[in-house]
Design a protein around this ligand. Sequence first.
Ligand code: PLP
Length: 375
Amino acid sequence: MQRIYFDNAATTSLDPEVLEAMMPYLTSKFGNPSSVYSYGRETKMGIEAARKSVAHLLNCAPGELFFTSGGTEGTNTAIRAAIHDLKCQHIITSPIEHHATLHTVEHYASKGIPVSYVQLLPNGHVDLTHLETLLAAHPKSLVTLMHANNEIGNLLKVKKVGELCEKYGAIFHCDMVQTIGHYPIDLEKLNVHFAVASGHKFHGPKGVGILYVNHQVAVTPMLKGGSQERNMRAGTENVYGIVGFAKALELAMEHYERDSAKVLEVRNYMRDRLQQAFPTVTVNGDAGEHCLYTVLNVSFPMTDKLEMLLFNLDIAGICTSGGSACSSGASSVSHVIKALHPTTADTMIPVRFSFSKYNTKEEVDIVIEKLKGMM
Ligand code: PLP
């Protein structure tokens, strides 16, 4: 059976060129980067070349980048550092963050750090006026807000939030997992103290990411027990993952104009075809331009027949999600949709279609026909 993959916000397939760049480090270049002889030196060089390339593409210093296992680790580390090392006394976040953020914040709330949740506008955007009120009321805050929401795709005005944080002396951590590798990002211009990215969201390997730590802040080691990552994150490095991360970012930025235009066209085609075929469908989040070009989240009104929609899509070989990856297969309503539609969330079936450069309009047509048969 032909499978159609429309869940690229959950993960993307590895670009063959990325695999090619990784292969030497999975085979002949196997040395431990901490070893002083040639095998070690060549893998160490692979890591440092990757760091330089990523720093160049994101406009930051190589010394501001730490390779991690991905977005979850980076966010846990940033929040911990803001509380323990930078002595933030209050956390400001939103109710629609990724669980990597929300569950970490809840952990610190249980240890006595007060938390404020910024209000959302009806289209799911963060209310910046309320954010400023919170910042004015709570000195020494950590603001942790995502650049793009992984479920509905809304984009944060990250530069504006950075400016507000600077005005009120707050620390700003930004989860950029859905934007780094999808947009040109200039970290120097954004006033962020911490930012995270994850390789598998832009056709790189899984299990590797970056944590950006602005040189203006000093943090203590994330993992102890070795001198890797300039004494900050002990443990033998994921060399092939790091090399793959850098190659994936390089390819993503090299082909950004071409790929983003193609993905946007397929996404908008899906939106238009859905609205034509099913007039009761509604778009969740910002349906306009302040939204990821990779994500389209729609709701179908709940009926007995539609209750198992995601399951039936899966049986038909169509891979989508109801929100985040873990809710695939069952039509449970996500915390993001609940926050957006508190009174009506249970009457709708949200489906997130998320797109990559490998998707086509023909795939959209197939999905629309299959959906017609399920209504
Ligand atoms: N933050 C966002 C916005 C995400 O979409 C994800 C992945 O689902 C994560 C964090 C977690 O990233 P990772 O899978 O690299 O731990």
